[in-house]
Design a protein around this ligand. Structure first.
Ligand SMILES: Cc1ncc(CO)c(N)n1
Ligand SMILES: Cc1ncsc1CCO
Length: 216
């Protein structure tokens, strides 16, 4: 079993909790209230901007030009996905841009920025991997079950699509290559980072589902 396959095994309970979450279920059936989706998309616009910064941080710190180029391309795609997908929904629902990060978005973006800045590139890569991989798996899961006339169709098509699939495959190969060169201690740090970011994916959906705001 390669390193990333082990990572996926480690997060099985978290991934199951994500698939069984009301947000994912209602996105699939199209019954998710539009106010909930609006909260999600506003927070996700803030998320993807910082996610792109985190990828640029890895690009700047990568040891080779090839790895740098790869991270730069992911960083650029994150902004393009943000623009494409979000502008569709911002216009459709007449959503105002939000400037305040709610708790899960705040925790997740700060975690990614700190990890990609202060830990090794390998650990930083493991931290950004769930964003790629979980979305691909959730996207495909929803795609298989979703009815055609679903208001969230373009979200589903983006993450279940071929372009996204290719990026995820590239990111998995990169992570496996970093793991091969990493010491056992660093591999443990990679596993911890992957698990933490996976948990934060669950929290991100849960905050949207409950439309969670700062309590104080
Ligand atoms: C929170 C979150 N994770 C992953 C993705 C995938 O791009 C996204 N858009 N938002
Ligand atoms: C992970 C990810 N999410 C949106 S864009 C992107 C990088 C794909 O190249």
């Amino acid at each position: 079993m390669n390193f990333t396959e082990q990572l996926w095994q480690d997060i099985q309970p978290i991934y199951d909790a994500i698939l069984n979450h009301g947000f994912v279920d209602e996105l699939m059936t199209g019954r998710l209230p539009s106010a909930t989706f609006q909260y999600y998309i506003q927070q996700d616009a803030l998320y993807l901007t910082d996610f792109s910064r985190a990828l640029n941080q890895l690009a700047a710190r990568a040891a080779t030009a090839d790895d740098s180029l790869q991270f730069t391309q992911f960083a650029q795609n994150a902004i393009l996905v943000e623009r494409g997908l979000h502008e569709t929904y911002f216009a459709l629902y007449d959503i105002q841009p939000e400037t305040a990060k709610m708790p899960a978005c705040f925790a997740y973006t700060n975690y990614l920025l700190a990890t990609t800045s202060l830990q090794s590139v390998a650990v930083g890569a493991a931290a950004v991997l769930p964003c790629f991989w979980i979305y691909r798996e959730v996207g495909k899961y929803i795609y298989r079950q979703a009815i055609r006339e679903n208001p969230y169709r373009s979200w589903i098509d983006t993450y279940a699509g071929e372009a996204f699939d290719l990026s995820v495959t590239q990111m998995l190969a990169l992570t496996d290559r970093f793991a091969e060169a990493a010491s056992p201690v660093e591999q443990d740090r990679m596993r911890d980072a992957f698990r933490m970011a996976s948990r934060l994916e669950w929290y991100f959906w849960n905050d949207a589902y409950t439309r969670h705001r700062w309590l104080v």
